[in-house]
Design a binder for this molecule. Structure first.
Ligand code: BG6
Ligand code: MG
Length: 245
C-alpha cells in the first residue's frame, strides 16, 4: 500500500460484551424483560442503539422509545431491576462462553510482546471476566466504574492506553458497537469492527470473529480503504518483526 500511513501496533484493546463473550444477548434479554414489564415494545433492532453505551443512557433510550418519562428515583430502581436480571444470566456463564478464537489470538499477541487490555463500559466487566476464567488473562482492565463518560466519549480508551503505557497511535481496538468504534477513533486509535460489516461501517476494517485469526491475517486486511497499514511490534525489534510479518 504505497503512501499509506503506517501504524505500529504495540497494544490491542478489546471491548468485552459482544467481542470476548456473547453477553450482548443477555443485555438484550434483560432490557426486553424490563420493556415488557413497562409495556414498551422493544426489538433487537432497537437494542443495537444500546450497544456500548452506559446502563443509565440505555434506560433513557428505552423510555424514549416507549414515550415514557419517570422520576430519577424510579430510573435508579429500573436500572437495578435490569441489572439483577442481567447478573443472573452472567452467573450461569462458564469458560465455554468465551467466543471462538479469542483465547488463542490473545495468547498469540502476548507471545509477541503485544500488550492486551479490556475496555468495557460495563460495571460488571470484572464479574464477567472472572466467570469465564479470563480475569488474569489481560495486562489491564478498564471498566465502567473507572471512567465518568461512556462511549462514544474516548475516555475509556485513553484510560486503557495510560494503564498499558502505550501511546494511542500504537493501540488497536476491537469493538462490536458503532459507539465504541467512534470512541476509539476519537482517542486516535485504529479500529477493527467485530461482526457485521454493514452495521459497523465506521470501523477501519471488520472481521466476522476471532476464529482462525492470526497476526499476519490481520495485517493483510485493508484499513480505511487502504489509507492505513499496520505492523506489530517495535520498529527496532527486527527479530520480532521478521517473525510476525
Ligand atoms: C456495554 C454494553 O459493554 O456495557 C451495553 O455493550 C451495556 O449494552 C453497558 O449497557 C453497561 O453495562 P452494565 O453491565 O454496567 O450494565
Ligand atoms: Mg460491545
Amino acid at each position: 500500500m504505497k503512501g499509506a500511513e503506517l501504524r505500529r501496533i504495540q497494544a490491542c484493546i478489546f471491548d468485552l460484551d459482544g467481542v470476548i463473550v456473547d453477553t450482548a444477548r443477555f443485555h438484550y434479554q434483560a432490557w426486553k424483560e424490563l420493556a415488557d414489564d413497562l409495556g414498551i415494545s422493544f426489538s433487537e433492532k432497537d437494542n443495537e442503539r444500546l450497544k456500548g453505551i452506559s446502563r443509565m443512557e440505555s434506560l433513557e433510550i428505552l423510555l424514549q422509545i416507549g414515550g415514557m418519562s419517570v422520576s430519577r428515583v424510579e430510573m435508579a430502581e429500573l436500572v437495578d431491576q435490569k441489572n439483577r436480571s442481567y447478573v443472573n444470566f452472567v452467573k450461569k456463564m462458564t469458560e465455554n462462553d468465551v467466543l471462538p478464537g479469542v483465547r488463542d489470538f490473545v495468547q498469540e499477541l502476548q507471545s509477541h510482546g503485544i500488550r492486551v487490555s479490556v475496555a468495557s463500559a460495563s460495571k460488571n466487566a470484572q464479574l464477567v471476566l472472572r466467570q469465564v476464567g479470563l480475569i488474569n488473562a489481560f495486562d489491564a482492565v478498564s471498566d465502567g466504574r473507572m471512567v465518568k463518560r461512556a462511549k462514544p466519549d474516548p475516555e475509556i480508551f485513553l484510560h486503557s492506553s495510560a494503564q498499558l503505557k502505550i501511546p494511542v497511535s500504537n493501540c488497536l481496538v476491537f469493538e462490536d458497537a458503532t459507539a465504541g468504534i467512534e470512541a476509539a477513533h476519537r482517542a486516535g486509535m485504529v479500529t477493527v469492527g467485530v461482526g457485521n460489516r454493514k452495521s459497523l461501517k465506521n470501523a477501519d476494517t471488520t472481521i466476522p470473529g476471532f476464529a482462525g485469526l492470526t497476526i499476519p491475517k490481520l495485517c493483510s486486511k485493508v484499513y480505511r480503504n487502504g489509507t492505513i497499514e499496520i505492523e506489530f511490534g517495535k520498529e527496532d525489534d527486527n527479530a520480532k518483526k521478521a517473525k510476525i510479518l
